[in-house]
Design a protein around this ligand. Structure first.
Ligand code: ADP
Length: 338
């Protein structure tokens, strides 16, 4: 670590949050310029929508979304039109503040008129999205998948997907949304940071049980139920590639502006966290992309009231150590030289 400035040129620069150093003239940096901006909820929704307009069927893995406050009138009009054409359609929507994370400020609504348009939404832009009402359940619980993806190069486009990821479980049995249960976050939101505060959160040393498991253990369960796991993987891979393709044009603009061709500069790579929800029919849906996924391999445990200790988390360790190790192997400067 060089908290007060670097003294020697490095082969690999590992930045904590985002690409921010214009004084690197060689080597590799673990962040792309502009990535943090590109994966914010609004920018990602716009980029995917551009592709949805061009290739609606190819990009049907992202829920229909509207950007607030500017598209509020469009949201109201489109929902009214869809309800008129199909009176049996009883949708739910999820409102997510732009730039929010860990479930912060997220809420569910049944009708556009329930949006909290006063004050805060004007100052805090958001995305409102069709809520996926029928997720796949395991042990009656909703869960999502965190997959780690290495964008090794933009030009040529090189993408690696880690074979294992995390499955993060809700801590209350799932019920389809009704006016009565809309506010029950432990039932509807899978964020670890929220569910950890539910009395039902289970820390487990076993990767097959508990509120955080390996994705491979969930795949084993699904496979034993007869699910076509091969097809699921191929759908996930295609979702990841298409999402990165949607981000690529603007990423290249950022790249060329920060690291102009012909001038000495580093090359970039980046580990991205993809959050994916499986629908009941096993179709993967993209929830969001994280430019700075947590690489923590410990969790906090309350030893006695108010006394916390960091203890190893075998599930995180199993997945994340492999992600970092394989990333370093793939970008190995020695290998490049050879
Ligand atoms: P954050 O960055 O705050 O975690 P996310 O977009 O990941 O925001 O949403 C938080 C959680 O809400 C997700 O982990 C998922 O459980 C749930 N969620 C988000 N979008 C949808 C959706 N369209 N349908 C169903 N559940 C969703």
């Amino acid at each position: 670590q060089f908290p007060f400035g670097r003294r020697l040129p490095c082969d690999i620069y590992w930045h904590g949050v985002s690409f921010h150093d214009n004084d690197i003239f060689s080597g590799q940096v673990n962040k792309f310029p502009g990535m943090t901006e590109m994966v914010r909820k609004i920018t990602l929704s716009r980029a995917v929508r551009t592709m949805q307009d061009l290739f609606p069927l190819e990009y049907n893995f992202y829920p229909r979304s509207w950007i607030l406050p500017e598209e509020f009138p469009l949201f109201v009009a489109e929902v009214r039109m869809m309800k008129d054409s199909d009176p049996s359609w009883k949708p739910t929507f999820i409102v997510k503040p732009d730039g929010g994370c860990q479930g912060d400020g997220i809420y569910l609504i049944k009708d556009p008129s329930d949006i909290r348009l006063t004050g805060s939404i004007q100052s805090r832009p958001a995305v409102v999205q069709e809520y996926i009402c029928k997720p796949l359940l395991v042990d009656k619980l909703k869960f999502d998948i965190r997959l780690y993806v290495l964008l090794k190069s933009l030009e040529p486009l090189e993408i690696y997907i880690a074979k294992d990821g995390l499955s993060r479980f809700c801590t209350e049995p799932y019920q389809e949304p009704t006016l009565k249960n809309l506010h029950q976050v432990f039932m509807h939101l899978t964020n670890y940071s929220l569910n950890i505060h539910s009395g039902n959160f289970i820390h487990s040393d076993n990767v097959n049980t508990g509120s955080k498991r390996t994705f491979s253990s969930v795949l084993c369960r699904l496979s034993s139920r007869g699910a076509d796991v091969k097809k699921l993987w191929s759908d996930i891979i295609s979702l990841v590639i298409k999402t990165i393709i949607a981000l690529t044009p603007e990423l290249k603009v950022y790249y060329q502006s920060d690291i102009p061709a012909g001038k000495p500069g580093p090359t970039c790579f980046q580990i991205l966290g993809f959050d994916i929800l499986l629908m009941k029919n096993l179709k993967p849906m993209l929830l969001e992309v994280n430019a700075n996924p947590s690489m923590r391999i410990e969790h906090e445990q309350e030893l006695s009231p108010g006394v916390f200790e960091n203890v190893p988390s075998p599930v995180d360790e199993e997945v994340k150590v492999a992600v970092i190790r394989d990333t370093l192997r793939l970008v190995d400067p020695q290998k490049k030289k050879r």
